[in-house]
Design a protein around this ligand. Sequence first.
Ligand SMILES: O=C(O)CCC(=O)C(=O)O
Length: 265
Amino acid sequence: MTTPLRLAVIQMNIVAGDPEANFAKMQTRLEEAAALSPKPDLIILPEMWNTGYALTEIQALADPDGERTKRTISAFCRKYAINVLAGSIAQLRGDTVTNTVHVFDRTGSEIAEYSKIHLFQLMNEHLHLESGTEPGRFDLEGVPAGMMICYDIRFPELARKLALEGARIVFVPAEWPHPRLHHWRTLLQARAIENQMYVVSCNTVGESGGSNFFGHSMVIDPWGEVIAEALEEETILAADVDLGLVEEVRNRIPVFADRRPELYS
Ligand SMILES: O=C(O)CCC(=O)C(=O)O
């Protein structure tokens, strides 16, 4: 067994349209996570935690160039020597807004950024946000990792691309509402099983902007077992992941060696 990584998933309610309230809560939750024993190696935040789905006002609410987020999270990482995958934020870039994850290492340096590729038309994201153009990858203390945001998990091609490029663990910040809990659980487990990798999701919970979010943040191992799952309330979900299990599962059923990509397109 390799040294496990301790994760802390912050499942929180988001006040749509109120970045001040959300920054305050996020900082309290980060402090609570840092005080856990054992201390987490990585903390994960949910999707659009700064603004929620206040899409009609998003230009005014979004964080210009992500500066406030970067300053705040980077200082936290430095203070506690913890990595943070800062969920996603609404980020103002010139006159467009993206739904963007920033990842910081234990020294507070930003090591990766990913903007949601698949915008969710059912919640009008495509009318207010600009989609990303690059898959999200980073190196988590020597472990190749990937990111997808919420609706992205409906696109198995993206998860497979991340896995083929080496990802052993994929993080999924989300704001996934009722009534599609069975889609959420099934899709997350499927992405883990078919790619034989860890999938770690961080969902919002409670009412926000007229939608009801069910939480159920999950940590799923490469065999598809749910090793931790939150209920429908605010919480910090802690779990240890043993990345060595990825190799073990991939050796047990050699899915990657058995692929026939020449027949798929
Ligand atoms: O795909 C779904 O059912 C939910 C997706 C979603 O809420 C989002 O991407 O924000």
